[in-house]
Design a protein around this ligand. Structure first.
Ligand code: TYD
Length: 211
């Protein structure tokens, strides 16, 4: 049974839009879901998110960054995700453990096997049943993020958006490698398509897997 669905992908791949679309699709089919995200899915997590993404010019060591994401996750699982699953909701989560492997592992170079152990501690054994990997060329994702910044009332570039294109290429390759290694859980979606087409692809899979 599918109870926990994660959405993964690089910056600007459209996860947030797709989670909203799936939430309303599930509602239209009479299923209650809870949409949440990392970092920042709890009130403590919102503080952690601020530290992580808005530290200005302060340098954060890669291991400090890692432990902040893990702290956010541990709180999120125990306060939000597990109770929602126990209450019979389908949880839709914008990023989860695979983001740690992609960004802190493939991106920052921390040993991936070690990260899996840390993830095991932080997720308290709660694992996604299904993971949508929204994949598109890095240049397209970054162009969408830049566009979003230009349209924002208070434009604010986060630390990852300042990273070079090679960093984002490593993240993309890492996600794709994880999807190949775990084909039963991952569904790779072509996120270069228009949002409606991405949503249709996701709904088709949900129709097979959930209904
Ligand atoms: P966010 O603004 O939520 O980005 P997006 O809209 O692309 O999801 O910022 C979250 C950032 O945190 C994103 O760049 C990925 C990064 N991240 C990690 O590096 N490790 C993690 O474990 C998680 C959950 C996120």
């Amino acid at each position: 049974m599918i109870r926990f669905v994660s959405f993964e992908g690089g910056d600007g791949t459209g996860k947030t839009t797709q989670i909203r679309a799936l939430e309303s699709y599930l509602r239209s089919r009479g299923r209650s879901s809870l949409a949440t995200r990392e970092p920042g899915g709890t009130s403590l997590g919102k503080l952690i998110r601020k530290v992580l993404l808005e530290v200005g010019d302060h340098e954060i060591a890669p291991s400090t960054e890692l432990f902040l994401y893990l702290a956010d996750r541990a709180q999120h699982v125990s306060e939000v995700i597990r109770p929602a699953i126990d209450a019979g909701k389908i949880v839709l989560c914008d990023r989860f453990t695979d983001s740690t492997l992609a960004y802190q592992g493939y991106g920052r170079g921390i040993d991936v096997a070690l990260l899996r152990l840390f993830n095991d501690v932080a997720d308290h054994g709660v694992r996604p049943d299904l993971t949508f990997l929204l994949d598109c060329p890095v240049a397209l994702g970054l162009a969408r993020t830049n566009q979003r910044q230009r349209e924002a009332a208070q434009p604010r570039e986060d630390r990852f958006e300042r990273e070079k294109i090679e960093f984002h290429e490593k993240i993309r390759a890492g996600f794709l490698a994880m999807a190949r290694a775990e084909p039963a859980r991952f569904r790779v979606i072509d996120a270069a398509q228009a949002a409606e087409d991405v949503a249709r692809d996701i709904q088709k899979i949900v129709d097979q897997e959930i209904f």
